[in-house]
Ligand binder design. Structure first.
Ligand code: SF4
Length: 333
């Protein structure tokens, strides 16, 4: 079953917690309609459930609960130095949802939150109003403001019951001076909006099947993701390809070479707007926190400098067979 289908989450969302202030929003009603069997629990603040201490995050991951809440300001955060802005002078990110339905072994969220429960902030128009203000206030008027909207979640994987991506895309189309990046490991982005615009960067994270099977539990296979990318490209979308993080499987050279070959066999290079690559880069303290929370973190959190260069150079060279240099970005800490 597709992760775009709200009913694929029925078992996971046996309970829905609703913050009192989230009740009046249309998205709350729409989500409740999508899960008629869920037990509804009223709460005063999402933090009562989300930030509770001594939660067993690894256990909760098997059956996460959904929390509907109203986001308080700030609605936008400056983009971290680790993030690739690829040509955009001003870049921010928004968090319309927190946590992810997928379970990648290397996910930084595991060391960030005490819980595997998922928060959806239902006051979408507050995000849009704040973003419209930020677009007007941006310093560099020659470039659009880049807004990454799938930053502490995989927003497209929640689309079946939130409709958030289509709302953001609609907002972007009506807002000159904005570019939004929607990054996903789902296989449903192409179905969200078939009318392409350069104001929205549809970005897929891809890994070879050998790596995804081992490290990206719960996410659609790279084959399905690639099919989705190809559908979007056929509809005129220019795609961002994210080979990030590069996963150190035994035959990584050959596997990544074949993956890149497959991508460009399915998608004409002019439909790839750019590509990013980067090896795993996570601080030791964060990794310790992830392990303490009961997760396996069986990828090297950082490669030794020589190995890192070797890996990145190799992937860069492979991409350079198909893309000009200025379209390839290497993510560095
Ligand atoms: S898809 Fe992204 S956010 Fe979701 S678990 Fe994987 S790395 Fe984390």
């Amino acid at each position: 079953m597709s992760t775009c289908d709200p009913f694929s989450f029925n078992k996971r969302f046996s309970h829905i917690y609703i913050e009192a202030s989230a009740r009046p929003y249309p998205m709350t009603g729409q989500i409740l309609d999508a899960f008629p069997g869920a037990r509804i629990v009223s709460i005063d603040s999402y933090k009562e459930v989300f930030n509770r201490s001594r939660q067993d995050r690894a256990q909760q991951k098997k059956s996460p609960k959904l929390i509907l809440a109203k986001k308080a300001p700030p609605f936008l955060y400056p983009m971290s130095y680790q993030c690739q802005t690829l040509g955009y002078a001003d870049a921010v990110y928004a968090t319309p949802a927190l946590n992810c339905v997928f379970s990648c072994d290397y996910c930084f969220l595991q060391g960030m939150y005490n819980t595997a429960n998922i928060v959806v902030f239902v006051n979408c128009h507050d995000f849009f109003r704040a973003t419209a203000r930020a677009v007007k206030a941006r310093i560099n008027r020659k470039h659009p403001l880049l807004v990454s909207i799938s930053y502490e979640t995989d927003l497209a994987a929640l689309e079946g019951f939130t409709g958030y991506c289509s709302q953001w895309i609609g907002f972007a189309k009506e807002t000159p001076g904005i570019a939004i990046e929607l990054r996903t490991k789902s296989a449903c982005l192409s179905r969200i909006d078939r009318k392409a615009t350069d104001q929205v960067i549809l970005a897929w994270s891809l890994a070879p099947v050998s790596a995804a099977g081992q490290y990206e539990r719960g996410a659609p296979s790279p084959i399905k993701r690639l099919e989705d990318m190809a559908r979007a490209a056929a509809d005129g979308w220019r795609i961002r390809l994210c080979l990030d993080p590069i996963l150190p499987v035994p035959n990584w050279q050959e596997d990544y070479q074949n993956l890149i070959k497959d991508v460009f066999a399915r998608i004409p290079s002019e439909q790839i707007r750019d590509a990013t690559l980067g090896s795993v880069r996570m601080g030791k303290t964060h990794v310790k926190r992830i392990k303490k929370a009961g997760y396996r973190f069986n990828v090297p959190h950082q490669l030794p400098p020589k190995k890192k260069r070797e890996v990145e150079d190799h992937i860069y060279r492979e991409l350079a067979h198909y893309l000009p240099e200025e379209k390839i970005g290497i993510l560095t800490p």
